[in-house]
Design a protein around this ligand. Structure first.
Ligand SMILES: [Zn+2]
Length: 170
């Protein structure tokens, strides 16, 4: 039986949203109301929202900018900000339960910030790979898995980038 451990947790505070080429540069943010053609996220008051009611309301406006939001752009171009890899026998035995936890966190995250979401989930050879639009969400998923199921988690932040690789196994 392995002792539960969280390796590299100290790097967790060092992930910044700066220097993200998918975000508009400072002072050049979108003006007015914009809506993402792909996911219907609404940009309003300098923030993105994923809200059906707001979408219906804003799309009726005359001067809406129809755009592709940074999260959908990253998804299209397959440029994740974080990757979480799940491994181990425990994972296989509790896959449904674990994936429910992951999907719930994705829903919660998107509601709070539509640009912070899961892009894609790949399964290969007993491993599950979760691609996220932001490194911080990958970190959060690792931390949630560790809290819920213990096991081993490792966070690897790449020097000078905000890309985060997380590996959880049990
Ligand atoms: Zn979008």
């Amino acid at each position: 039986m392995k002792v539960p451990r969280e390796v590299g947790k100290h790097t967790r505070d060092k992930v910044y949203a700066e220097n993200d080429p998918y975000m508009p540069p400072k002072g050049k943010s979108l003006v007015g109301v914009a809506i993402c053609k792909d996911c219907t996220a609404v940009y309003h008051n300098k923030k993105w929202f994923l809200d059906g009611k707001m979408y219906e309301e804003k799309k009726a406006l005359k001067d809406v900018h129809w755009v592709i939001c940074p999260a959908c752009k990253k998804t299209k171009e397959n440029v994740p900000g974080g990757v979480v890899t799940l491994k181990g026998d425990f994972l296989q035995e509790h896959k449904q339960e674990i994936m429910n936890l992951i999907h719930n966190e994705d829903a919660r995250s998107k509601k709070y910030n539509p640009l912070k979401r899961i892009m894609k989930i790949n399964e290969k050879g007993g491993e599950i790979e979760i691609l996220t639009t932001e490194g911080r969400l990958a970190q959060r998923l690792g931390s949630i898995l560790f809290k819920a199921y213990s096991g081993e988690v490792e966070y690897k932040k790449h020097e000078n980038t905000k890309f985060m690789r997380v590996e959880w196994r049990r």
